[in-house]
Design a protein around this ligand. Structure first.
Ligand code: ATP
Length: 347
């Protein structure tokens, strides 16, 4: 059974203009997030990601559709039952949202107080959480004495205090530098692996998805336009929005700009070979390209590792006799998909 299941979920806000059309922030979203997943939701600003999060933790009612959290349809619950569901859902934020007037230990203890956690066990629980996030020595520090990465660790400790099954991370690394981002993502992976918490990561950065997510949904204008396993989405993106996101971190088939640049430096035929998985395929591609006696030089792209598997778009410049080049392309086409780049095609 899915940990979070959405069916045809719609969220509309009233128009700012009197009599205007409502704003559809979420437009017919269906998705299943399984227990133990790290599920990424990616989209540009305004795509509806934050609204989706607010629907999952029932901070706002949906307009229509079904949202099940751990088997319970939360669209039908009373406020008191919703409060209980919310204790199963932790949340971390881009701006950390810590209480600046309370020290670290008090911030982490806050949800325990709200949840009436046994008083005599609270200090031990806070210590355990601060140990887990590596901040045992900062219990008495105040948020403004901490770095951004440390603040987010406090946020994570606080979100985990009541042992939620789900952690919602809304742009949780967007305010952090790359090294600190990496450390926080490592910690989220530990939360997932060691505590078994299902994590929903909302982001506009494909790097974050590549780094930790097992599954991803791409949102555009309130709709999920593509979803699936991260490796599949990265290696074979179908929707233009997905292709744009993937191309921000993975060189694919060269676009117009890259092609113009390549052509200014290479006069041979340019062809992109898409290799899916396994080193051996790469060797075989090279063997076949060279078998006819043509020369092949890698001029753009490379192999990528995603979810422990590799794939790549390798753009070669082929030189030699036309017949040799034709033979090279024919040979390699038998084992991989080949795109000859228009205008440079001399074969
Ligand atoms: N409370 C609200 N009232 C009216 N419109 C809203 C409200 N909240 C969001 N919207 C609109 O819904 C759409 C989706 O917003 P949302 O914040 O969910 O997107 P997002 O993908 O999270 O973007 P960002 O990363 O910029 O927050 C936007 O057009 C936004 O203006």
């Amino acid at each position: 059974m899915a940990m979070i299941s959405m069916r045809d979920v719609v969220k509309e806000y009233p128009s700012a203009k009197r009599g205007g059309d409502p704003i559809r922030a979420v437009d017919g979203v269906s998705l299943d997030i399984n227990p133990g997943d790290i599920f990424g939701v990616i989209g540009y600003s305004g795509a509806g990601k934050s609204t989706l999060v607010r629907l999952i933790n029932a901070l706002e009612p949906s307009t229509s559709g079904v949202i099940e959290v751990d088997g319970t349809d939360i669209t039908q619950l009373s406020e008191s039952r919703l409060q209980k569901v919310r204790t199963d859902i932790g949340m971390i934020f881009q701006q950390f949202n810590l209480f600046n007037s309370r020290n670290v230990a008090a911030n982490v203890a806050f949800p325990l107080n709200v949840a009436n956690y046994p008083k005599e066990n609270r200090a031990a629980r806070v210590k355990e959480l601060l140990d887990f996030v590596g901040l045992a020595d900062k219990a008495r520090a105040y948020p403004d004495q901490l770095s951004g990465g440390q603040k987010q660790r406090v946020g994570i400790a606080r979100a985990l205090s009541t042992s939620p099954k789900i952690l919602l991370a809304d742009e949780s690394t967007s305010a952090l530098d790359p090294q600190t981002t990496s450390d926080v993502l490592d910690l989220l992976e530990r939360v997932n692996r060691e505590l078994g918490v299902t994590i929903v990561v909302i982001t506009h950065e494909m790097d974050v998805i590549k780094r930790i997510a097992s599954h991803v949904a791409v949102m555009e204008k309130g709709k999920v336009v593509e979803q699936g396993e991260v490796f599949d989405i990265f290696s074979k993106p179908q929707h233009p929005a997905t292709q744009r996101f993937v191309s921000t971190i993975i060189p694919g088939i060269p676009g117009d700009r890259e092609l113009a640049d390549l052509r200014s430096r290479h006069t041979g035929l340019l062809a992109t070979v898409t290799v899916n998985d396994e080193q051996t395929a790469q060797h075989e591609v090279l063997r076949r390209l060279l078998a006819s006696g043509a020369n092949a030089q890698l001029v753009y792209g490379g192999m990528n590792e995603v979810s422990g598997r590799s794939f790549g778009h390798l753009t070669f410049e082929l030189t030699g006799e036309d017949a040799q080049i034709r033979e090279s392309l024919a040979q390699v086409s038998q084992i991989a998909s080949v795109t000859t780049l228009e205008g440079a095609n001399r074969a």
